[in-house]
Write a protein that binds this ligand. Sequence first.
Ligand SMILES: [Zn+2]
Length: 548
Amino acid sequence: MAYKALYRKYRPGTFDEVVGQKSVVTTLLNAVENNKLAHAYLFCGPRGTGKTTVAKLLAKTINCTSDGKRPCGECANCREIQESTYPDVIELDAATNNGVDEVREIIEKVKYAPLNGKYKVYIIDEVHMMTSSAFNALLKTLEEPPEYCIFILATTEPHKVLPTIISRCQRFDFKKIDHAVIEGRLREIRDREKINCDEEAIRLIAELADGGMRDALSILDQCIAYARDDITAAKVGEVYGVASLSEKLEMFDLIGKQDARSLVDKVNEISGRGLDIQRLTMDLLNIAKDALIYSYCRDSGALSTLNEEQAKTMTVRFTSARLLSFIDCLVDAQSRYRDASNSLNYFEVALLRMMDGEENKSVPEPVSTATVQTAPAEKETPVSVPEEPVRDPQYVEYSDERLYDILKAANKAIKEEDRAAIAAVMFADLPFEESRLAELIKGADIMASSPQNVILVVDDRLKANTVNEKNNKKKAEELFAGCFGSPKDFYAITRDQQAYMINYFKAHKNQPEKPAEAAPAETEPEPVSSDEKLVSLFGKDGFDIVEE
Ligand SMILES: [Zn+2]
């Protein structure tokens, strides 16, 4: 028998087997049970979290001919849907077929009743990739679909789907699946497949999969292909160019022993495997953080990366002050990566500074890009730091107070308007740089909109700097001026900054207003409670308002 990929072999055949999406599954099953199916669903969520799997399960359930539990997985309809040969379940991947012709073709066929079952189900994956004319063609059908038609649109990027489409769909948000849940599933499969895969490897695979079950199983598959029957974290690391936990702990060990030579060798060895330095920095940071937390609370439940034994070893070896200085060094390195062409050098400097910690109790002053270049030489360390030109920062930086003021003037209605307006702008024939900027802004999330400002949220510092670069800011204002009533100022922050600002906002919201000379708030419509304001700005799930 041909080898079947694990994620196919272990794809859930019933709703019971779907893991990590309880609320979605419950709501859908209730709808089926009570005959309250919608005509259009929008499944949003990160890749590999089960959107198309659940779409197919729903298609099976409503077309299954069994009298017992549905989907039965055995009747002709169930089997054909599983094999994608069922004529009334039409799957379309908008990432590859995003043209108006394909959508037209689909729409042509909507008028024909289903051949075999009760329902015709259209599953359109990556729906945000459709061209706008294809979107418009789809929109017409969504307005008045025939009784027997159900559309399931799936997307990893809901903010790129036209609001007019979204408003016609019942929306479900698929969440990233917990590491623990993925680990559990991996163990189950390991046992059923009778393969050797140690616990550390399982943890590493779950970590790499980052909330996607499909990715987790694909990674396991690749590791089996590479390491056959003996999967260890080191081998997973070899396949994926990441360091295993024991390798990372070894680095701390070498730091403790002040063995610079071996440490640099180790870094070179793992970076030779194509390892991602930024990721490794983050991993070391998490280890130091875990150890620090453990040193304060001695509670293994608070650990996210280490087990209790490992945390204990770390705290025996390093004082909490030392762990804190590790965190400082690593955070400092992270902040330098954004402008560095070669992060490896900064990473090595950070490790050497960590090694230096014992004698050098005082935490060094934050250093500028210019001074860090001289730091390694003073300590006669074996690395050289690249000659980065000292750049005059050309990007605008807003203070916390400034962002706070914008948040105060913002509200949800403006945000929705802005989001729709930005999504609707089409650009043709822009020069490369400008079209890149426009795409970046269109692809960003909006944290908040006020009458004059839009705060965007982007994935990384580099993107934020691109938007906040002085000339780009001006350009962006011009590019999008036409879509707003009056030009608006764009300012981008990273997700970390967003989390920080939400806390900042929460912390300051209850403080009394500055009296007298402070500019009067512009037409505050009605006094709203701070919590209402927070919800309207960030959404209920944006953060935890209810403390209980
Ligand atoms: Zn069936």
